[in-house]
Design a protein around this ligand. Structure first.
Ligand SMILES: [Zn+2]
Length: 487
């Protein structure tokens, strides 16, 4: 199969991609792939350096007569996300990725393929190795840890960004040029209730009830946020509040979500209530839940609510219970505004991603994203103003990632559009990505740099279904060759 892949057109790109697949290269373990890139440079007699964190920078001088042309940077990332089928025994630290051709696409056997961003690296290497191409000065930058900390982009020495143009080869839709990516703001809320009450001190028998909401669709908190999927943490707060005028119940604890940048697909709330009300309360919850299930039947058809009786534990007062549930229910979660240049893309959103309980403190983590710094400030202000309504609530805003927006009309983008149309007969759409890209860090280090992000279609990255469109790789390579010959 590897030999069949190396025969695909363009051969150079797919040969380098097959090499990359053979070298384990998940985030945090980029040493071997970095060594491969340095070896490539040595073999082609190209000057190269590897910096302290592992970023590799390879230079290629202009072809004779084009020395005065502006420098173009081709940028991709070395690391990939490890994802595998539940039945896969793949070891990402030692085993090669086994690519397969299926239909018009490349897949991997039971794992993520690493076309994100192995295909970006392979395109760069093929362009560096192509001695039939006429071009100005070229520089290829291969960063580390894009999928985790983005430390490669964040710490890259600004001297490597002294160039006129930078092409990021890490976006994943054929026919689109990305000129903006979302910045983000972490928001951490803590709700400190009064000391919890003991069920032994109650004047009637109490019982605990575990409400476990599971099997929601979840998804990426940026690129899936417009799909209308249910948020497990929010939904449960709304469900419980719908019963607050008919029943007295008390929150014991709540846990939900897995990471702050995924839409939470499960949440568990523990409540305490009078034993005498248990059956009626369960009935009422199930009736109310059926309405949520109907509302989300398209986006979250498999979601289910499991109710399990427990021993009652220490619980919050009724006042704290309602105050906390109301806060959760009102926190912004979902898309807030569309992008002006392309209304199908979200400009601003917020995801309530995580919730947990420690004693009488409930911690909530949100991730706001926007293509626009001011709009991101507004979301933070909105969350802050909600928190002002409760004197038991405190807000911290620990971490911010910058937004990136480049002009849509630059010589770089115009050249790419023209050459894409010449290759395919189709026009390229200028758009934005409602997620972070390394370009934001580069634009901050060199505000004069003209940046754009593009790449062949890669579907379901970060999953065992990741696959890359073979024809789109051909288009991307042809368009890049034509563009480099012109700039
Ligand atoms: Zn990527």
């Amino acid at each position: 199969m590897i030999d069949d892949i190396k025969q695909l057109d363009p051969q150079a790109v797919f040969t380098y991609f097959a090499d990359i697949c053979a070298i384990p290269h998940i985030s945090g373990h980029e040493a071997a792939i970095g060594a491969y890139l340095m070896q490539f440079a040595a073999q082609h007699q190209l000057p190269a350096v590897q910096d302290e964190v592992g970023n590799v920078i390879i230079e290629k001088a202009a072809t004779p007569g084009r020395e005065g042309h502006p420098c173009v940077i081709l940028q991709s990332h070395q690391d990939m996300v490890p994802a595998k089928r539940p039945d896969s025994t793949h070891n990402f630290l030692t085993d090669p990725i086994r690519p397969l051709i299926r239909g018009g696409s490349l897949y991997a056997d039971g794992t993520s393929l690493g076309a994100d961003d192995g295909i970006g690296m392979a395109l760069s290497l093929a362009l560096l190795a192509d001695d039939t191409l006429e071009h100005g000065p070229l520089r290829a930058i291969f960063t580390v840890a894009e999928e985790t900390s983005m430390i490669g982009a964040a710490t890259l020495d600004a001297k490597y960004l002294q160039a006129k143009y930078l092409l990021n080869l890490d976006s994943e839709e054929d026919g689109y040029i990305f000129i903006a990516s979302a910045g983000s703001q972490d928001l951490q809320i803590s709700f400190s209730g009064d000391n919890k009450q003991s069920p032994d001190a109650a004047n009637e028998p109490l019982v605990g009830l575990k409400l476990h909401l599971t099997a929601l669709a979840g998804g990426h908190s940026g690129t899936d946020i417009h799909l209308g999927r249910a948020n497990a943490i929010n939904l449960m707060a709304a469900l419980l509040l719908s019963q607050s005028s008919d029943f007295d119940f008390y929150l014991q604890s709540v846990d939900g979500g897995t990471v702050r940048n995924a839409i939470p697909n499960q949440a568990t709330y523990y409540v305490v209530l009078p034993q005498a009300d248990l059956e009626d309360f369960k009935q009422a919850l199930l009736i109310a839940f059926a309405r949520f299930k109907l509302l989300y039947q398209d986006t979250d058809p498999h979601m289910r609510l499991e109710l399990t009786q427990q021993q009652a534990g220490a619980y919050f007062s009724f006042g704290d219970t309602i105050e906390c549930l109301s806060l959760i229910n009102n926190l912004p979660s979902g898309p807030v505004r569309p992008f002006a240049e392309d209304k199908s893309v979200v400009e601003t959103s917020c995801n309530l991603g995580l919730i947990s309980t420690q004693d009488n403190v409930i911690s909530i983590e949100l991730l706001a994203r926007s293509l626009n710094d001011f709009a991101l400030d507004l979301i933070s202000d909105k969350v802050a103003s909600l928190c002002y309504l409760s004197d038991k609530t405190e807000l911290a805003s620990p971490h911010r990632e910058g937004c990136w927006q480049s002009p849509a009309d630059t010589p770089l983008i115009n050249a790419l559009k023209r050459h894409y149309a010449a290759e395919t007969g189709r026009s390229m759409q200028v758009t934005a990505l409602h997620a972070g890209l390394e370009t934001a860090a580069f634009a901050a280090k060199n505000p004069q740099l003209q940046l754009a992000s593009l790449g062949p279609t890669v579907k379901h990255p970060h999953s065992a279904d990741e696959h890359c469109d073979i024809a789109a790789v051909q288009t991307a390579y042809a368009m890049l060759r034509r563009t480099l010959a012109e700039l």
